[in-house]
Design a binder for this molecule. Sequence first.
Ligand code: UT7
Length: 356
Amino acid sequence: MKRSKIAGIGYYVPERIVTNNELTAVMDTTDEWIQERTGILERRYGKKHQETTSSMGAAATRIACERAGIAPEEIDFIIFATLSPDYYFPGCGVLLQRELGITHKEVGALDVRNQCSGFVYALSIADQFVKTGMYKNVLVVGSEMHSMGLDFSTRGRNVTVIFGDGAGAVIIQPTDDPHRGILTSKLHSNGTYAEKLAFINPGSHGGYHFKKLGEEVDFGYPPDDTYGEIFLTPKMKDEGLYYPNMEGQFVFKMAVQKFPEVIHEALNEAGLKPSDINMLIPHQANLRISQFVQKILGLRDDQVWNNIQKFGNTTAASVPIALCEAYEAGRVKEGDLVCLAAFGSGFTWASALIRW
Ligand code: UT7
């Protein structure tokens, strides 16, 4: 079997910078709190009505294609990871295809809904397609337009201050070089804590999971025999029950456990150790999480890439944006061992080892 390699990489972030101080104007928060708890100084927000998750993904894709030396028309398959799609359906994969003007070839497009681990999952899917010889140029995109769906009142401050918009993309191609490419990827999930970090409305759940969990939550549903208004009830709109919610400390504790676990798992399989890593690209969830993981693995500062300070948490986009930045800074070079790792909602978590 062939190996897959990243042949081209690109990222795009919107121009508009939103500082912590700007957020203090609309909610009860402070620059000190945000910096101290998350490491974030600023994030980017897309232009309303002018940019979307798929259009930002297309911008990152154009750069990745150029670096891979291919035209967008040469893409054989599209995998798009996001939790903030333009539409509930269809997915962003087909919208990006249209945006790039490559609908004539009618290649397949797949959306991955794995939140923070979405890009690493998508990369692993691409790897399977490429190393089996099914496709030659697979596009993998992680993109998020969080700013359109956050609660900008004080009620949503624990979530809203963290997230930012942006996109990253890679072109995956086969390589004959047995020493290069994606060495392994490890994918995991555990749905036990699905609601601990979730965006549950609008949705078709009708309160089902909460009942099973023994929690009666009033979503304002109409009487049992009435259909309609299940997705989004007036009460949900009135009380802001259609925003993301997170039990931050719970998620934090799981994250610092699962990140090292899944990185060790990949390293063990490849017969490598943490000190062999030239660059760790952790999902940018919280600077404190990355620092904790760095310490546990015994890595130096120059072995870990952090950019949450500038971009906040961009969920599925955070790993490819960080990887691309490190690449552009000359900190990911041919022959380097790069480790990608992510943890988030689901919970889902994943790692990948790449010999660049
Ligand atoms: O990317 C997907 C995975 N996500 C993660 O891995 C995120 C993991 N969790 C975290 O990063 C952290 O838990 C947060 C940054 C979300 C929160 O930090 P924390 O240190 O765990 O704070 P907390 O939730 O325990 O809240 C502490 C206090 C609370 O006030 P009281 O109850 O102590 O009076 C919150 O109401 O901070 C308050 N608070 C805020 N204060 C100012 C929460 N958000 C804010 C805010 N500004 N934005």
